[in-house]
Design a protein around this ligand. Structure first.
Ligand SMILES: [Zn+2]
Ligand SMILES: [Zn+2]
Length: 299
């Protein structure tokens, strides 16, 4: 974050905001700037990518699902907007430690004998580390002692839209991002890689709520996408993962997404519409089954 902090200071805060007598490395000044930059960055990322996803990726047919709530989109947005500033407080505390030199972040690839090799290896190890911890933290958040208070607010949305991606209880959101912040305090990581992966996971979080259930055939066994995460919202005890299905498979919580089997929420809505059409057509095709249980795999 010191890269972002330096740019913000250089172009904006030093010339236009803070008095010249306030040194740039003052801890209070750094904390205030980080709070502003982190919140602004989070809002821009959230609104830009969630809006794009909502209009160009998200299938609006899903909003006709019986479990889609009244005014859901505006509720998801309100929840996210209210949570993000609170989430940013513990996050900024960690950014502050990092800016003040307590982490193992570095900026020169040449600092290590196998610079580029180390950089690529660190990306893989970062993905492995964060995927593993996020899985267990998320699973822990489903424990009955904490679920209701901390994680349930994110499960209100059974059929989420991209705007649900950041609609968490602040502590829940922070805990699920904690592995990202812990890693650079334990292992060396390039600053730009860190920033890039942090932005990427925010976009990924939006993408697993976008209701686009397609995954390239080759990657289907490995990637934890929107189909997996939508099932997580609906069925709770499966597919806790973030990028990959690995830890769900190890932890015994993997479930092949209902959408891959032709009975996901979108199939359900389409079936419902078909039912309605048929019953209007007067052939009396009953739709009770669809309302009682899952939409079964039919031609
Ligand atoms: Zn959950
Ligand atoms: Zn979710």
């Amino acid at each position: 974050m010191d890269l972002v902090l330096n740019i913000a200071d250089y172009y904006f805060f030093t010339p236009y905001v803070y008095p010249a007598t306030w040194p740039a490395d003052n801890i209070f000044r750094q904390a205030i700037t980080l709070l502003i930059v982190t919140n602004l960055g989070a809002y821009i990322l959230y609104f830009f990518f969630a809006t794009l996803s909502y209009y160009f990726v998200y299938d609006h047919l899903l909003m006709k699902h019986p479990q889609f709530l009244k005014n859901q989109v505006s509720r998801e947005i309100t929840h996210s907007v209210q949570s993000m500033p609170w989430m940013s407080i513990p996050t900024v505390s960690l950014f502050l430690l990092e800016v003040r030199g307590y982490s193992k972040l570095y900026d020169g690839v040449g600092e290590f004998p196998y610079g580029w090799f180390q950089l690529v290896a660190s990306v893989l190890s970062f993905l492995f580390f964060t995927d593993m911890l996020i899985y267990w933290i998320h699973r822990g958040l489903h424990h009955r002692l904490v679920y209701k208070r901390l994680h349930k607010p994110h499960h209100i949305w059974k059929i989420p839209t991209p705007f649900a991606s950041h609609a968490f209880h602040p502590l829940d959101g922070f805990l699920q991002s904690l592995p990202y912040h812990i890693y650079p305090f334990i292992f060396p990581l390039h600053k730009v890689v860190y920033l890039g992966l942090y932005i990427l996971v925010n976009i990924w979080t939006i993408s697993i709520h976008d209701g686009d259930f397609r995954v390239p055939q080759l990657l289907k066994p490995f990637i934890n996408g929107s189909a997996h995460h939508t099932d997580h919202h609906m069925l709770f005890d499966y597919n806790y993962g973030q990028y990959f299905t690995l830890w769900d498979r190890i932890g015994g919580s993997f479930r092949n997404p209902s959408s891959f089997e032709g009975n996901g929420p979108l199939n359900y809505v389409k079936k419902m519409a078909e039912e309605k059409h048929n019953s209007h057509g007067g052939n009396g095709y009953k739709n009770e089954k669809l309302f009682n249980g899952e939409c079964t795999k039919t031609e």
